[in-house]
Design a protein around this ligand. Structure first.
Ligand code: PRP
Ligand code: URA
Length: 212
């Protein structure tokens, strides 16, 4: 795959360890959900070293001190339904007051084209970094559609977080939206004839929510 400036692939062994368990077909729904949350937290911790901050004054039992805290409304969490929902708590564990917008998209099983069915975003999103969440980046169609939508709604800074990405999906998003930073925990080999990432982990939404 071509190298893109705005694409970060985490090759961290602690993340890879969790992804290995996530892939396993024997991993239970509960464990799958917990792992998605934990991996997301590790990714966000690394991807937001440059989060906007504010300076505050804190009085300790000994003296007053000037400290750094995360700026108000620094980020807004945007899960792509359904599977992106599984990543929300992982971001909230680091940004507990972040507001959440939802974008509902499903992939047509035949054409693999994304279809929008729901969208609700908080006001003021244009002044916040949008953290777009989806565990799977396959053809890239859903991510491109979600980013198009966020930009139309005035979002100026968007960071896409995926747990598993296929090379084609990364290229499609990076070419369509070169300003968007893309963070992926693991790069997989390819898509199969049904548009599934291989080796992958199967259908992320089904594994998170126990559907088939
Ligand atoms: C999955 C996944 C992404 C999309 C990725 O969702 O969560 O949103 O497919 O595929 P793409 O990169 O080719 O667009 P799906 O459409 O299965 O919906 P679901 O989360 O409701 O199951
Ligand atoms: N969506 C998934 O949930 N899994 C894939 O492998 C591709 C798209």
């Amino acid at each position: 795959m071509k190298n893109f400036d705005n694409v970060t692939i985490f090759d961290h062994p602690l993340i890879q360890h969790k992804v290995a368990i996530l892939r396993d077909e024997k991993t239970s729904m509960k464990e799958f959900r917990e792992l998605v949350e934990e991996i997301t937290k590790l990714m966000v911790f690394e991807a937001f070293k440059d989060v906007p901050t504010k300076t505050v004054t804190v009085k300790t039992p000994l003296e007053e001190t000037t400290q750094t805290m995360v700026a108000d409304d620094a980020v807004t969490i945007i899960p792509i339904l359904r599977a992106g929902l599984g990543m929300v708590n992982g971001v909230h564990s680091l940004f507990p007051t972040a507001r959440v917008g939802h974008i509902g998209l499903y992939r047509d099983e035949e054409t693999l084209e994304p279809h929008e069915y729901y969208c609700k975003l908080p006001d003021g999103i244009e002044n916040s970094i949008a953290i777009l969440l989806d565990p799977m980046l396959a053809t890239g169609g859903s991510a491109v559609a979600a980013i198009d939508f966020l930009k139309k709604r005035g979002c100026k800074e968007i960071r896409l977080m995926n747990i598993i990405g296929a090379p084609v999906g990364i290229e499609v998003v990076a070419k369509a939206h070169p300003d968007v930073r893309i963070y992926i925990s693991t790069l997989d080999r390819e898509l199969n004839e049904n548009g599934y990432i291989v080796p992958g982990l199967g259908d992320a939404g089904d594994r998170l929510f126990g559907t088939k």
